[in-house]
Design a protein around this ligand. Structure first.
Ligand SMILES: Cc1ncc(C[n+]2csc(CCOP(=O)(O)OP(=O)(O)O)c2C)c(N)n1
Length: 808
């Protein structure tokens, strides 16, 4: 029932059915349905927290799986369990392990229990954090819950195939591509197509001619809201038509519409569509209509509340399994009796696998509870608080299906009861508590950053080297030389962004490099920050090293959601199973104007834990950070100083090799009276203030933190405060923003509070955005005079005689 496509009938490939292959598909689909039914029951009986399932979308997914080839990638969402089963990327017991939040990554390989059920991923990395071959396997990137968030990286996953096909210098990367023949398969629900990033991604993949095959699972609703509220005219195919290419035209999309219950039509559609996408590198969209949701959206509610009786009846009739079954019987592929027999077998199999997953999940928890009960028993026996402890033990012992939390709570309550007592049993309990804390840290908090040999924190430090001929050049020339050498050294490095290609970026950092390296390696993009970022994530997932430019820091907000939800969480949410070492380049700080002043640091910093954040004060520092990040395997954001491109710096002889260690603060000025901690463009202002302060006899130490994440790993700021006993944190962010972050790091984490003789101060911009013009900037952001006054006031606190009031 292909209703719309660009393949003339005589050219269509016909799907070859065999009885075995059809039966195999039906069984996968049927087992998947059973898994959904049992899954819902498990939630409703309290054994799992929440369930969202792929029922109603089984048949289309077994059909899609037939066209999926080794090396291909999936970027989809929580309805894709059947596809994952069909590709062999997920076992049924693993599916249930995730439903139970089993925190053992061997049993729950998608996320090690960190992600809600039906958030799938394949393990792209081995246990050392190195890439496994992707060409010998089916691949899936890690799902996210925000609707449409799978789209931006899909663009990059697909576009990578084009790069692999067209760039000879990538030929050596055999583990990632076979001549760019791979397709990136996307899936999305119909209602999620109302998201802005959906349209941005569709447009970007079309403009990039990326081999992407996107399926839209259309079941007519987004939770309770029907299609007409989501989409103009309520019908996707008709609004997508503008993207469609005409027959023979190279650019644009192939569009297909097919019913989600029509197995032979689905198989034929995917066979044909994928063939063209793979061969011609033309993207395609398959709008899969008439899908259903037999159990409703999720376990959070029942669809009887918002679907009419007629709709519910229609869904029963059009249930894809019912229809496939009827077709199989009609085509004499299997008889009713045969199918009943198979279904009974499969139902039992799924039940058995669910029970196994539950038992495996429970065993370590029950063992742990037993251990704790026994440890607590020993403590009770030895303690004067026995009467108080016994009810704690009893409660834990009787707790049905206790998890780790219940044991930890009981241990904590017991330790409160026995405070001040000492006994070997208590020591054993404390030792258990500490081991458990470490183990649970590993379970839930490991892999925020790379733990591999390739971590950016392990990159050897190579200081800048200057010779007698090292001349002074403009800042932009330093960056330009750095990128030139990086592109030569890393054949898989691709730089792209708005105005990056032909113009060489708005500040000439890439000037001349497109001519030298070609328009795929140094590329212009549309104005589409979310998909510039997504493009980078997808490319990085396929072994490339993207350097994605966001033209100004202020526009990072457009891609912040993807940076935060996808890139920053990727390694963590897969428990080390995936990585995307993207380098994001942007520029900010102190250019005048509300949207060019680039001071939104804390908003960004606090949302992208999992990404290194570098705030170089000049271009030499920036170059060192790029070189470090490009040798590491974590993502990083580098915020260059906007007004630094035309300032002169000395060009290091080893600009291509020099590296700057992340997390190393630099002393810009030594002093004994007060410490000023800052970064980026404020460094210069702080130094000017320090000069002014020295005129009144105050010797200020100025520290550039250089990177905000990681932050001052050697505790140099704490050491400085130990000497000066006074500190002011300065930046252009909002009050309590990054200055608050730095203060927490130094006073709390480094314990510098103990060394202070005066109240610690923060000095930041105003709470509003910076006003335009020189005066607007001066009065919106901290300036030399503000820093002078802040430090002077601290000095006056201890010695008012020597530092009299400035106010007469
Ligand atoms: C950005 C965002 N907004 C809202 C939600 C809550 N939500 C989860 S699923 C969903 C409906 C999605 O409908 P559709 O795209 O048609 O997919 P379906 O669930 O029907 O397969 C909504 C609104 C979300 N996950 N993310």
């Amino acid at each position: 029932m292909m209703t719309e496509n660009t393949i003339p009938p005589q050219e269509r490939l016909t799907f070859q059915f065999t009885r075995d292959s059809v039966l195999r598909d039906y069984r996968i689909a049927f087992q998947s349905r059973e898994a959904s039914l049992i899954g819902r029951r498990e939630v409703l009986t309290g054994k799992a927290k929440f369930g969202i399932f792929g029922d109603g979308k089984e048949v289309v997914q077994v059909a899609l799986a037939r066209a999926f080839r080794k090396g291909d990638f999936r970027s989809g969402y929580y309805r894709d369990q059947t596809l994952m089963f069909a590709l062999g990327l997920l076992r049924i017991d693993e599916y249930f392990a995730q439903l139970y939040a089993d925190a053992d990554v061997e049993r729950e390989p998608s996320s090690g229990g960190r992600q809600m059920n039906s958030h799938f991923a394949s393990r792209l990395l081995d246990s050392d954090g190195e890439w496994r071959s992707q060409v010998d396997s089916f691949n899936s990137c890690a799902d996210q819950s925000p609707t449409g968030a799978q789209m931006p990286r899909l663009v990059g996953l697909a576009y990578a195939s084009r790069l692999y096909r067209e760039l000879d210098e990538l030929e050596h990367l055999v583990g990632f591509s076979n001549n760019g023949n791979e397709i990136a398969w996307g899936t999305i629900g119909d209602a999620s197509c109302a998201e802005g990033i959906f349209w941005e991604s569709v447009n970007a993949a079309g403009a990039l001619k990326a081999p992407m095959l996107l399926s839209i699972w259309d079941d007519g609703y987004g939770i309770s809201v029907p299609s007409e509220y989501h989409l103009t005219r309520g019908h996707l195919s008709s609004i997508l038509r503008g993207f469609q290419r005409s027959p023979g035209e190279g650019e644009g999309y192939d569009l297909y519409t097919v019913a989600g219950w029509d197995y032979p039509a689905l198989c034929e559609t995917y066979l044909n569509a994928s063939e063209i996408v793979r061969r011609e590198h033309v993207p395609a969209i398959v709008h899969v209509a008439d899908l259903t949701q037999p159990q409703g959206h999720s376990t959070s509610g029942s669809h009887e509340r918002y679907k009419s009786v007629e709709r519910l009846e229609w869904e029963k009739e059009h249930d894809c399994l019912v229809r496939m079954r009827q077709w199989m019987i009609g085509e004499k592929i299997a008889s009713e009796e045969e199918l009943e027999h198979i279904e009974k077998e499969d139902r039992e199999l799924v039940q058995e696998l669910q029970r196994r997953a539950w038992d495996n999940f429970r065993r370590p928890l029950d063992d742990e509870k037993k251990t704790v009960v026994s440890l607590l028993g020993r403590v009770a026996a030895a303690s004067s608080a026995r009467q108080e402890i016994e009810p704690i033990i009893d409660r834990l012992d009787r707790w049905p299906n206790a998890q780790r939390r219940e044991s930890i709570v009981a241990v904590h309550e017991t330790l409160i009861q026995v405070r001040g007592e000492s006994d070997p049993a208590i020591s054993d309990l404390v030792a258990w508590q500490q081991d458990s804390q470490a183990e649970n840290y590993r379970r839930y908090s490991s892999y925020l950053f790379s733990e591999s040999e390739a971590s950016a924190l392990r990159v050897p430090v190579r200081p800048a080297v200057y010779g007698p001929d090292s001349g002074m050049v403009n800042g932009y020339e330093i960056i330009n030389r750095c990128f030139d050498e990086a592109l030569a050294r890393h054949p898989n490095l691709m730089a792209f962004g708005e105005d990056v290609g032909q113009l060489g970026d708005v500040n000439q950092g890439f000037m001349g490099l497109q001519e030298k390296y070609g328009d795929l390696r140094v590329a212009d993009t549309g104005i589409r920050e979310a998909t510039i970022l997504g493009q980078a994530i997808g490319m990085a997932l396929r072994g490339l090293r993207p350097l994605a430019e966001i033209q100004y820091l202020d526009y990072v907000l457009y891609c912040l959601q993807i940076m935060s939800d996808d890139l920053a969480t990727l390694r963590w949410r897969t428990m080390g199973g995936q990585k995307a070492p993207v380098v994001i380049r942007t520029r900010g700080h102190r250019l005048e104007g509300v949207w060019h002043s680039g001071s939104l640091i804390s908003g960004i910093l606090n949302l992208i834990r999992g990404i290194h954040v570098c705030v170089p004060r000049d271009m030499t520092r920036a170059a060192g950070m790029y070189n470090t990040l490009l040798q590491g395997d974590d993502p990083g954001l580098v915020i260059e100083v906007l007004n630094g491109y035309r300032l002169k710096e000395r060009l290091p002889d080893n600009i291509g090799e020099m590296t700057l260690p992340l997390g190393a603060s630099e002393f810009l000025r030594k002093g004994v009276d007060a410490t000023v901690v800052t970064y980026g463009a404020c460094c210069r202002i702080a130094l000017e203030a320090a000069d002014l302060l020295s005129e009144v006899g105050i010797d200020t130490e100025v520290i550039d933190v250089q990177t905000l994440q990681p932050f001052d790993l050697q505790g140099q700021i704490g050491n400085s405060i130990r000497k000066t006993n006074r500190v002011v944190f300065v930046d252009e962010d909002v009050p309590g923003g990054t200055t608050g972050y730095m203060m927490k790091k130094v006073l709390e984490d480094q314990g510098a509070f103990a060394w202070l003789d005066a109240q610690p101060r923060t000095l930041s911009g105003k709470p509003h955005r910076p006003a335009y013009g020189s005066d607007g900037d001066y009065f919106s952001k901290p300036n030399r005079e503000d820093i002078f006054n802040a430090v002077y006031a601290l000095m006056r606190e201890t010695d008012p005689q020597r530092f009299p009031s400035l106010e007469g």
